[in-house]
Design a protein around this ligand. Structure first.
Ligand SMILES: *Cc1c(COP(=O)(O)O)cnc(C)c1O
Length: 371
């Protein structure tokens, strides 16, 4: 059994992907080829965002977003502590300071109360606070109906790190249309992944999109050798765009399948397993299916003996990691982020997980709970 099965999808799409790759080999425009522009149009249509700008990876996507918003040295950006390290790393790469806030226990996402506390504390501590990065962790959108008004009323920018959540929805809105800028990643194991590194940035602001397009190619101006600002090299390869174009055609169906898998887990689990619950008006893309249970270590050991893979995302909150321990944090502490470290475990999740496999996983979990 695979934790994330990429092979079944590849077999399904192989003839079409090969055809797309053959086209790229034939035209030979490996950088900024026609597939890149075509993908950006498809991604904008898919999310409903005004503009999609592709780039080299999800970490660059956040760094480019920060730079496009004019955030740099001496500025401070609030980030949740319970996330993949790249969220805070991108802030540091832009030259700014990450300020940690806590998450909610049931959603794993930025906690509005902790966010408010962090905003007021950062300001009273003299930080030049500029933005908030909300992470749609494990494929589930944040509670934007609560987060957006807080960020707006405090005159801050909102960046949505949707590296795990492209295709998700909340109250009739698609991920990609919240906040000022949304970023995503096409790392192979993300819900929409390519066969290497890739990323994209979404915004409704045309000027912002133009600025992002300039920043990703060495700050280019009117033509290639006109450099109007310091940029970087962060383009999406044409070959990756070609692969994503093909994968995007089945992505809506794969999101349905992921939700069917999640529903089956919920039906099989019964009480006591700490399964994730999604509100009625939300669609997750289930980048991970993450349980929260005090019996985590025993359950994982049983799964391991049954040769069923399970993984801990995340073993250590960022404010407790060596590289990030010295950065500031909410004075109320980050108790939920710290508690989750010892309680979370993620089960196999991908669109092609079978009922038989899920029944086997549930049997092992039930036996371990009863022991
Ligand atoms: C994967 C991920 C990133 C970084 O994406 P890369 O493409 O690997 O650089 C950023 N934030 C979160 C929450 C992620 O899961």
């Amino acid at each position: 059994m695979e934790f994330i099965d990429l092979r079944t999808q590849q077999e399904r799409l192989q003839p079409n992907i090969r055809e797309r790759l053959d086209n790229v080999l034939a035209h030979g425009q490996f950088i900024s080829g026609p597939e890149v522009g075509e993908l950006e149009i498809c991604l904008a249509r898919f999310t409903g965002a005004g503009h999609a700008v592709s780039c080299a990876n999800g970490t660059d996507a956040i760094t480019l977003a920060l730079r496009a918003l004019g955030i740099g040295p001496d500025d401070t950006v609030i980030v949740p502590s319970f996330t993949f390290c790249a969220t805070a790393e991108a802030v540091c790469l832009a030259g700014a300071i990450p300020y940690f806030a806590d998450v909610e226990a049931d959603s794993f996402n930025l906690c509005p109360e902790s966010l408010e506390c962090a905003i007021h504390a950062a300001r009273s501590e003299g930080h030049s606070l500029k933005a908030v990065i909300a992470v749609d962790l494990f494929g589930r959108p944040c509670d934007y109906d609560r987060i957006e008004p807080i960020v707006r009323s405090e005159n801050l920018y909102l960046i949505c790190d949707a590296a795990q959540a492209l295709g998700a929805r909340y109250r009739g809105r698609n991920v990609g249309t919240f906040g000022d800028i949304t970023t995503t990643s096409f790392f192979p194991a993300k819900p929409l992944g390519c066969y290497g590194d890739g990323g994209a940035i979404f915004t409704n602001d045309e000027e912002m999109a133009a600025l992002l397009r300039s920043l990703r190619v060495h700050g280019q101006g009117a033509d290639k050798y006109d450099n109007v600002r310091i940029g970087t090299n962060s383009r999406l390869d044409t070959i990756q765009a070609a692969i994503l174009l093909e994968k995007l055609t089945i992505f809506p169906e794969e999101i349905e399948r992921r939700n069917a898998v999640a529903r089956r887990y919920a039906a099989l689990a019964g009480d006591g397993l700490g399964i994730p619950e999604i509100p009625e008006d939300m669609i997750s893309v289930w980048a991970q299916y993450t349980l929260r249970t005090p019996k985590r270590d025993a359950l994982m050991a049983s799964l391991r003996s049954a040769q069923i893979p399970s993984v801990i995302y995340y073993r250590k909150a960022l404010h407790r990691q060596t590289a990030y321990a010295h950065f500031p944090r909410s004075p109320n502490g980050l108790p939920i982020s710290e508690q989750l470290e010892s309680e979370v475990m993620s089960l196999p999740m991908h669109p092609y997980l079978t009922e038989t496999e899920q029944a086997r996983i549930a049997d092992v979990l039930h036996a371990a709970m009863a022991a």
